[in-house]
Design a binder for this molecule. Structure first.
Ligand code: NAP
Length: 364
């Protein structure tokens, strides 16, 4: 690896996900934050002044970031020429605007690695979980050709709520146990709603059984992640049926999912499932990427795990923790899965995507 770090920018740097990037990239061996951007409300202020009491991280704002002057995401004139790529964590009122801005960066030669849902359903934009569909980077050249882009591109990561169960499901699929149906109930943390998020009076001593748009994302996004590279973009998987119920619970970080699974033909034994999960490794582990969890799926035998407070930080918040695997009277099996929504499900997951893209030569 080169001794000089790659200079990168963060769009939406003042939000919850943006702050997580700043915390996680503090000691990153390859990338260095050199640009922070947000809305016109934060623009032209030093980062520390723009973020003020919104800073939610457990560390002080790193000194190399706190004095950076926040740029308006739409101001391309002040974007430094040495920025090699940007992470996008913007939350604009209109998704179409986010979509346009992300492609504006790509057209200006700046790759965009995004957390936003705006481009997740754009067929020629890969939606990557590196342990599962690392090969979807192949459609970057199709995207560039389709849009007349020479150097930049847009890559996204999927919704935070699907991270906890997608890798366990993929591990079973890739070992020959094809899944037919999934019923999923999520219990999602408040940090998933950004800052200031859900009003405290709605959240304390309560569960909110609705998160706008989340069930549709949970039912559709896995099909793209498990899809194939086609001539014009990703061809979605059409062999799994998913039904999701998404709820918001009074937990700070960590999305939990209760999953019921029905297999197509071959049904594994409980021992086979646990062995597959414990032994599962993929490209990020083989490449020894800095943010790759050593063991992507951790299975806990204790009957009362996983729990958000105890298990969300496993392997620096990048591992998925699973437990309570048992026979289901209606489907074949059921289990509980947990992942850290702002790390694995947002900033950490996107950093892992960037590391994969770097090693594959896309961030030259
Ligand atoms: P957030 O805390 O509300 O932060 C939103 C960010 O977007 C802020 O930096 C804000 O800047 C900026 N922004 C808002 N309006 C803007 C505008 N008109 N122009 C430019 N920038 C604007 O949200 P978040 O939770 O960090 O989420 C960011 C994105 O990641 C969203 O698309 C979200 O769906 C996605 N995501 C979030 C999570 C999670 O767990 N939180 C997980 C996965 C994906 P100002 O401070 O200047 O307003």
């Amino acid at each position: 690896m080169p001794s000089e770090k790659i200079k990168i920018g963060i769009l939406g740097a003042t939000g919850v996900v943006g702050q997580n990037y700043i915390k996680l990239l503090k000691e990153h061996p390859w990338f260095k934050i050199a640009d922070v951007a947000a809305s016109h409300r934060s623009a032209d202020k030093p980062y520390e002044e723009a973020v003020k009491e919104k800073w939610q991280m457990s560390i002080e704002i790193p000194k190399e970031v706190k004095d950076l002057i926040v740029r308006d995401v739409q101001d391309f004139n002040s974007l430094k020429s040495n920025i090699r790529f940007v992470f996008s964590a913007m939350d604009l009122p209109q998704k179409e605007d986010t979509k346009k801005i992300e492609f504006k960066y790509a057209k200006k030669g700046i790759p965009v690695i995004s957390n936003s849902s705006a481009n997740r359903w754009t067929a020629d934009v890969p939606m990557i979980i590196p342990e599962i569909n690392h090969s979807h980077t192949e459609i970057i050249s199709i995207q560039q050709k389709n849009r007349g882009i020479s150097k930049g591109f847009v890559v996204v990561k999927p919704n935070c709520s699907i991270q906890s169960y997608m890798t366990p499901i993929y591990a079973l699929e890739v070992n020959g146990f094809k899944v037919e149906k999934l019923i999923i109930t999520t219990l999602q943390a408040v940090s998933g709603a950004g800052y200031p998020g859900v009003p405290s009076l709605d959240m304390v001593d309560n569960i909110v059984p609705y998160i706008g748009g989340e069930e549709e994302k949970s039912e559709k996004e896995p099909l793209k992640v498990l899809g194939k590279v086609g001539e014009k973009g990703i061809i979605n998987n059409d062999s799994i049926q998913i039904s999701a119920t998404c709820t918001r619970v009074p937990v700070t970080d960590g999305h939990t999912a209760c999953v019921n699974v029905k297999f197509k033909n071959k049904i594994p034994t409980k021992e086979e499932i646990i062995k597959i999960w414990k032994e599962f490794k993929s490209v990020p582990q083989e490449l020894d990427l800095p943010f790759a969890p050593k063991q992507p799926i951790i299975y806990l035998e204790n009957v009362d795990r996983p729990q958000p407070r105890k298990d969300r930080d496993n392997d620096k918040g990048m591992a998925v923790t699973v437990g309570r695997l048992r026979k289901d009277n209606v489907f074949d099996y059921k289990f509980v899965a947990l992942s850290h929504n702002t790390i694995r499900g947002a900033a950490g997951g996107a950093i892992l995507n960037a590391e994969l893209l770097k090693v594959k030569g896309f961030l030259k």
